[in-house]
Design a protein. Structure first.
Length: 244
């Protein structure tokens, strides 16, 4: 009966019966665009939920002896610089509610700390951040929400010079040389093209409090839908869409 509203199918979230899966957020953007800053702001606002942050940087491959000898010629901005299989294995475990040991990466010596790991526990929300987290379709496929942090190139370079000289043991000349040879070309070849996969683009990174507030509201809605399903299993939750 087309005159009756009941005759029309309603979009229903039928995931209520499934065991609760963490909400996975990918945060992508150029180097020093403010990814970590945005993630910290989201985590701070979601203080009443269990949230963990996984850095793609933790999965940088260790260098071979030959690569170590020519480290200034090594392209740390190419997708092959990461052990994506290991990243995927860790993310699958976390998604299935298991804790994982994530490697710790030492930017000063370009290597993994061989004896220590960071334990990441199962959580309600998993945030994966990195310059190339949207590059591999298998990694992208794990994400419920994709955020791209969009900051002007001059701001990124200025912040990178300051950060790398203070925190990562570099001098200004080496930062500028690496930027021209590898960081900028890889941004144009791999990072920028992956912006099209984003659900939300945040201009100005951590300065954009309105965008961060909206994102946090959306995450809360998604987590709340699941909690409602648990308390009132006979109540259907109509799915909503999200746009900025
Ligand atoms: P990413 O994770 O994308 O590399 P970060 O969030 O670590 O970027 O920021 C890179 C550097 O820039 C850090 O030293 C950080 O303190 C600084 N920074 C980030 N966002 C801002 C901002 N909005 N204003 C000033 N400095 C910032
Ligand atoms: O934190 P951020 O997103 O800036 O980290 C990624 C950057 O780290 C890359 O652009 C890469 O050039 C740099 N990097 C480095 N030395 C390493 C590993 C990564 O300069 N040993």
């Amino acid at each position: 009966d087309p005159s009756s509203a009941k005759a029309f199918p309603m979009p229903i979230d039928d995931s209520c019966d499934a065991p609760r899966q963490p909400f996975v957020i990918g945060v992508c953007g150029g180097s020093a665009s403010g990814k970590t800053t945005v993630c910290d702001m989201i985590i701070q606002q979601l203080h009443d939920h269990r949230v963990v942050l996984v850095y793609q940087d933790s999965f940088y491959r260790g260098l071979t002896a030959e690569e170590s000898d020519y480290v200034h010629d090594y392209n740390f901005d190419h997708p092959d610089a990461f052990d994506t299989e290991q990243l995927l294995a860790c993310m699958h475990k976390l998604k299935n509610g298991q804790s994982v040991n994530v490697p710790i990466y030492d930017f000063k010596n370009h290597r993994r700390c061989s004896e220590s790991f960071r334990k990441v526990n199962a959580s309600d929300v998993i945030i994966l951040e990195g310059i190339l987290v949207f590059h591999d379709p298998r990694v992208r496929g794990l994400m419920d929400m994709k955020i791209f942090v969009d900051t002007d190139a001059d701001m990124r370079l200025a912040r990178r010079i300051r950060r790398d000289t203070i925190e990562r043991g570099r001098d200004v000349n080496s930062v500028l040389e690496q930027y021209g040879r590898f960081v900028k070309p890889a941004f144009e070849d791999f990072v920028l093209p992956s912006k099209k996969y984003a659900d939300v683009i945040i201009p100005r990174g951590g300065d954009n409090h309105v965008a961060v507030d909206l994102i946090v509201q959306h995450i809360r809605t998604k987590l709340g839908q699941h909690d409602l399903c648990k308390i009132y299993p006979n109540v259907y939750v109509i799915q909503s869409t999200f746009q900025i």
